[in-house]
Design a protein around this ligand. Sequence first.
Ligand SMILES: [Zn+2]
Length: 82
Amino acid sequence: MPLYFYRPEKTPCRMCGEGFERWEKAGEARLSECETCGQRVFAQLPGSVNTPKHSRKPSVSEAKEAGFTVLKRISSGEYEKQ
Ligand SMILES: [Zn+2]
């Protein structure tokens, strides 16, 4: 049963603020109006809220944990396992 986040058309809403969460059964129709204030609301897909960004370059130890062989350049053309 996914948790949907609903955001009203105009925020902050006097009644529901920046939005509200609602558990929905599979196949249940999405809300189109806020149950509290009747304003038009837009459903955000589960998992799209506060999704962490993985743009950070992994560190050497993280790369090793992930199974990568980390090579250190010791001189031109030569590489050594760290
Ligand atoms: Zn509302």
